[in-house]
Write a protein that binds this ligand. Sequence first.
Ligand code: C2O
Length: 338
Amino acid sequence: APIQAPDLGDCHEPVDLPDTAPEINCCPTYSAGTVAVDFTPPPASSPLRVRPAAHLADRAYLAKYERAVSLMKKLPADDPRSFEQQWRVHCAYCDGAYDQLGFPGLEIQIHGCWLFFPWHRMYLYFHERILGKLIGDETFALPFWNWDAPAGMSFPAIYANCRLSSLYDQRRNQAHQPPFPLDLDYNGTDPIIPEDQLIDQNLKIMRKELFMGQPYRAGDQPEPGEGSIESVPHNTVHRWTGDPRQPNGEDMGIFYSAARDPVFFAHHGNVDRMWYIRRGLFPRDTDFANPDWLDASFLFYDEEARLVRVRVRDSLDEAALRFTYQDVGPLPWLNARP
Ligand code: C2O
């Protein structure tokens, strides 16, 4: 059977928090008795949101994005659309704040399994729509950190502009600020090889078969196994970005705090773009036809602060969800030999 959406009334302390993390609450706002509505895609006539590469974003876009995030940060902390609530959504689903329905004491974990891509896709979907709503722009689209191409292989400068920017987060690795080259296979130590060799190595990593992660069903123990993209470069870029002066590499370097850094959404924009590209290249062997995958469900709040139940099958049609990615040219890694 598929993993079912949690009971928000039964959210508890995150059981996976490391000992060195502060005590935090990642349960989302919930008033008892709220019933979730089933997801419906936006009207087919709504504008297509074209997600730009962060390194190509222009000033007008940046101003819009900064304003949207700053409005989100100013919403009352208990508004489910506030930035405070948005990062908690991620924390709750990845640090064990929910038990599986019918399996008390068995946590829900959307990492390390086949739910990784669909869950994050829908998380971004709602985050993006909330930001657009706040600035009254139905075309607003999140940027993606184009780390699979040489031009995107450093920290995206729009997030590092100045301390006053709503996109800034001080808990980041200070040694990895732009234009310092990104190491997609980062293991905690910066490599001492020339930049062109590093880029070449990064492209070879991208060429590795990407895949979805292991089956994970109701009653299963968490983290049966991650797909290759989830381990590298997803996890590695998290670690590369987080602040080594913090006990757990906060913010980006550890699950519970990762989404406190706005760059999380650009990182996951590109993770999602990898799924999008993969689905285009190998339509038949990317997704699963299995109902235990297709009917797994989650809960999110939408731009109207309505609680919505989403199933994996709702996440599969990017065009119906009204988003796409800026075309940044041929994939430089497609022909890199591993
Ligand atoms: Cu849910 Cu990048 O982690």
